[in-house]
Design a protein around this ligand. Structure first.
Ligand code: NAD
Ligand code: FES
Length: 278
């Protein structure tokens, strides 16, 4: 069993942080890689990109939004409880290079994944400008942590309750007009990554995005995570999860992510009914 050693509730309990004892994974994990977790024997396999890893302490950190049955089950796990299975680190690590000024764009819970990548980009000598956005101030996560790993942090909220009133993409445009940006990394909702990539394509700036399609085995065997990159089929679990943002077929990815929406909603409602009945 992989024990939870720290647990935090964020954004009023809709987003949960778990720091988990997993020494072998922590020793090998690199920014951008993910793990697959199972709460119990019958549990669903849930892929989550790591928000942090500490080889000295032997822990990894994941941050997830409670969106369905499996994440609702994860939320019931307290410090001292554990996940039955965790496999990883999986996927290719982020390509890290000293290029000059880099902009890191994070939306919603995507900010958790962006954090270790931003830190690594700064550590190797880049000038890092970060933009983080959420629907409203109370849903913004990791502001202080992102400030620490960035030279300059900009914030946006859709409702204007904090920082720029609007999307992260508007802030990005303003930066691209005024700075000599060499690279952009964007992680968050698929529409956000699509529009970030559309903007950076106009400026000819290399852009990396982290994709989160449906996954099953996480080792390139099932084809569940297939995505189209430059018209070619790739598996996000072994060829990614990071890809050239200018080459991703975002509309196909959005369609595939919707494939089991009805079943997921039904399953979550059944789980809540049974849970609430005690
Ligand atoms: P959200 O819908 O609240 O959006 C967060 C921010 O993204 C918004 O504040 C806005 O600035 C930006 N954004 C959203 N839609 C946009 C658009 N059409 N154009 C420009 N900017 C836009 O995010 P949420 O509810 O926290 O959801 C987080 C999403 O991130 C989920 O869809 C989740 O699957 C995804 N996610 C992805 C990864 C990954 O590895 N790719 C990791 C974690 C979460
Ligand atoms: Fe099965 Fe990627 S999750 S091939």
């Amino acid at each position: 069993m992989f024990k939870i050693v720290r647990r935090e509730e964020m954004t009023g309990g809709t987003v949960i942080l778990n720091e988990i004892a997993a020494p072998l994974i922590a020793r090998k994990a690199k920014p951008g890689q993910f793990v697959i977790l199972k709460a119990n024997e019958d549990g669903e396999r849930v892929p989550l990109t790591m928000a942090d890893s500490d080889p000295e302490k032997g822990t990894i950190t994941v941050i997830y939004m409670v969106v369905g049955k499996s994440t609702a089950l994860f939320k019931t796990l307290a410090v001292g409880d554990g996940y039955q299975d965790i496999i990883g680190p999986l996927g290719k690590p982020t390509h890290l290079e000293k290029v000059g000024t880099v902009v890191c764009v994070g939306g919603g819970t995507g900010i958790a994944v962006l954090h270790p990548i931003t830190r690594a980009l700064k550590e190797i000598g880049n000038h890092v400008i970060s933009i983080i956005g959420a629907r409203t101030k109370d849903l913004l996560i990791l502001e202080n942590q992102m400030r620490k790993v960035s030279h300059d942090l900009r914030i946006s909220t859709d409702d204007g309750s904090y920082g720029h009133h609007g999307f992260v993409t508007e802030v990005l445009k303003e930066i691209l007009e005024n700075e000599d940006v060499k690279q952009v990394v964007a992680i968050g909702p698929v529409p956000m990554m699509k529009f970030v990539s559309k903007i950076t394509a106009e400026y000819h700036i290399p852009t990396f995005v982290s994709l989160n399609p449906i996954m099953v085995d996480g080792t390139g065997m099932c084809g569940g995570c297939r995505v189209s990159i430059d018209g070619k089929t790739k598996f996000a679990c072994v060829d990614g999860p990071e890809f050239d943002g200018h080459k991703v077929d975002y509309d196909e990815l959005m369609r595939r992510l919707q494939a089991y929406c009805d079943e997921e909603t039904e399953c979550y409602e059944d789980y809540c009914t049974i849970r609430d009945a005690g």
